[in-house]
Design a protein around this ligand. Sequence first.
Ligand code: NAP
Ligand code: MG
Length: 408
Amino acid sequence: MLEVVLSEKIRVKNPLVEIDGDEMARIIWHFIKEKLIKPFVDVDIRYYDLSITNRDRTDDQITVDAAYAIREAGVGVKCATITPNAARVEEYKLKKQWKSPNGTIRSILDGTVFRKPIIMKNIPPMVRRWKKPIIIGRHAYGDIYKNVELVVDGPGRAELVFIPDGGGEKRVLNIHEFKCPGVIMGMHNTEDSVRSFAKACINYALGEKQDLWFGAKDTISKKYHGFFRDIFADEAEKVKDRFQENGIHYRYFLIDDAVAQVMKSEGGMLWACMNYDGDVMSDMVATGFGSLGLMASVLVSPDGKYEFEAAHGTVVRHYYEHLKGNPTSTNSIASIFAWTGALSKRGDIDNTPDVLKFAETLENAVISTVESGIMTKDLMLIADPPVDKYALTEEFLDAVAGRLKKAL
Ligand code: NAP
Ligand code: MG
């Protein structure tokens, strides 16, 4: 264990909400706090334990409380949590299959999720041209995720009907005259949701000083996809001057063109995606950059509240090894970057440059540790130049702590 060396810790002016989680992610979470945060930073932590057992004990009230705490404090940092399925209900003897905590928090904050890869010189992306992060902003409401579907077993007519409140004229469109069995889907989105998504993307692009790209299929879906395109264009027009001042651009593409341009690019843009595109493309981009352990994630609400986390889950296979007493080599980088993301946002909002500087120093300590050849197994497998041994979970964190101490 490293001794505490700083005579005076860096003080964070305003509170930070900390959300604890489950399994291996929880184990590394505590190491990070003990080795990289607490010895150096003095921060008023509002702690919420979202372990599956505590969510079960509180009938999930703790999740709602945590989300409201982020609304109040403005910034939170979250450890990965279990979203229970039937097997987890059995495993943890739960009262019921509680909802996804991320879903609950997202709906209370009305947020958009941005995922950003962490880039290191010796962890080359699978796509050779990618040099800068490609950030994906995924719309998290509606489309096929809130659809209704119907399988029809024979001939008949399907219609799209809208009945206005207050007795206006009913609007009817013919979908299809079925001559044989088939399938129908109805989906929707709302102007409020699309607009707040566009605003969240614009704010994030301005914060990161990166171009904003948006792609849809408006040549085919002239109304539905056109609706998204027009709202994005409208919101982008409102901030034209601010984009110009920051030297960044808004660009609209057909979605297939966007995919081709992203693959050919060096990266360095925020790619705003409709819900389904974001679901699919975020996994492609994450894999393309190397490892889930290198993907950071932040939830941003339209009114500027932030929740930082790692994109990966609780790394359950490693946890079972840990429980057996076996050594693990779990990558803690995305979780460390959740802390640095939250601290730099706090520093930014509070106007405390020393807090910003600490976060930057810690990020650099992580990157230089990996670039010096010390890394966990998931990275060792893809490192170039190759390394011949990997660090265990705690060994990696101790190496980072050593560098951090020297740099401060
Ligand atoms: P996962 O925890 O992300 O792990 C999937 C696999 O990816 C791991 O088994 C491991 O591969 C590799 N991996 C992920 N993170 C890693 C890290 N930091 N270091 C090294 N390897 C890493 O996903 P999952 O197994 O699908 O889900 C497990 C639990 O997490 C589930 O209960 C799910 O509900 C929850 N989950 C939570 C969140 C969240 O809170 N944000 C997100 C996703 C999933 P190897 O086994 O090959 O080493
Ligand atoms: Mg997906």
